[in-house]
Design a protein around this ligand. Structure first.
Ligand SMILES: [Zn+2]
Length: 193
């Protein structure tokens, strides 16, 4: 697939996207580079930043450029299996744990209602999205406590929790000891200090 399959985001097309104009459905598809998802112009998902939008003539072209069909507007005419949808969201959490992730932010980025996302995520992953976010953050925090010399404050921020006291509480709940104790007990550089 060449560059020819991508077409220009003209003002007219941009207007079709931000006004959710159904008249343009089928005429083009737009993909969002930050989420990796593509939509029909009429999709009522959150309006992306214009610079992040790529436009394709066909759904196949968007697919082959590496984008995935939106669950909400189903631009490829197929329904994305729940397992695949949830694994995309889990993957997003695993790489984006440093960001302020909320159920609302996830539901906007992945085009499903917060209620539906919460229920489907829990059914497939066995834990709620917020619990999963917390698990991922605590695992990353453990890694940093074990393998770096970063302060607890810096680690809290690095895993997306700006409040160090809140971080320490969560960490203790999860592991049974404070971040400092964990580091001095298990970090090879700190043992015996
Ligand atoms: Zn959509």
């Amino acid at each position: 697939m060449g560059k020819k399959d991508e077409i220009t985001l003209t003002n007219q097309r941009w207007k079709a996207i931000f006004s959710n104009d159904t008249a343009y459905d089928g005429a083009f598809y737009y993909a969002v580079t930050t989420t990796g998802i593509y939509c029909r112009p009429s999709c009522k998902s959150k309006l992306p930043i214009r610079e992040h939008v790529r436009v394709y003539v066909t759904a196949e072209a968007a697919d082959q450029a590496g984008f995935r069909p939106c669950k909400r507007c189903k631009p490829d005419g197929k329904r994305l299996p729940d397992e695949e949808w949830i694994s995309q969201i889990a993957g997003f959490i695993e790489t984006g744990y440093a960001e302020p992730l909320t159920l609302n932010a996830l539901s906007q980025a992945f085009h499903g209602s917060p209620y539906h996302l919460q229920r489907t995520f829990k059914r497939i992953m066995g834990v709620s999205p917020s619990r999963y976010i917390q698990q991922v953050r605590m695992e990353k925090a453990k890694e940093l406590l074990l393998h770096t010399d970063m302060s607890v404050m810096d680690i809290a921020v690095a895993v997306g929790i700006s409040n160090a006291a809140h971080f320490a509480t969560l960490f203790r709940k999860k592991t049974g000891c404070t971040p400092t104790t964990y580091s001095s007990t298990y970090n090879p550089q700190h043992i015996g200090r």
